[in-house]
Design a protein around this ligand. Structure first.
Ligand SMILES: [Zn+2]
Length: 134
């Protein structure tokens, strides 16, 4: 997903909404025995500021499916995660994302949100006690 910042600003449009979906690749998964249950939905809003920096607030949602990390039963979890980031034209700004002042590509921010949003374990239910030894 690319925001055409220059074009948008030239039209006097300094804010806008966006929504798109992304097919996540399996190498973004952090939990073993688990996979993405379909596409990742991304919805958000951008604001272009006078110094060409762009604030982007977005929410990603997706489903994780696989085996419970404790008992290996089938498990799935809907993840919803909010992210609020800033894109700047200064390459040396280590706290924010860089863009060239013309077109802003959200892919890296979305990929980071995908990593940050994943739980450490996938559980079949809250408080799963794992495999019961009889
Ligand atoms: Zn379990």
């Amino acid at each position: 997903m690319v925001i055409d910042v220059k074009k948008s600003a030239a039209r006097g449009q300094y804010e806008g909404d966006f929504s798109f979906t992304l097919e996540p690749s399996a190498d973004k998964l952090l939990i073993p025995l688990c996979s993405f249950g379909g596409a990742v939905n991304i919805e958000g809003r951008y604001t272009i500021y006078e110094d060409d920096s762009v604030g982007v607030a977005f929410t990603i949602s997706y489903k994780l499916v696989g085996q419970c990390s404790y008992c290996l039963e089938r498990a799935e979890k809907q993840i919803v995660y909010d992210s609020d980031v800033m894109f700047v034209t200064d390459k040396d700004d280590g706290d924010n994302y860089y863009y060239d002042g013309i077109r802003l590509d959200l892919t890296s921010a979305v990929n980071d949100a995908l990593l940050f949003s994943q739980p450490e374990v996938l559980l079949c239910k809250e408080g799963c006690e794992g495999i019961k030894i009889k």
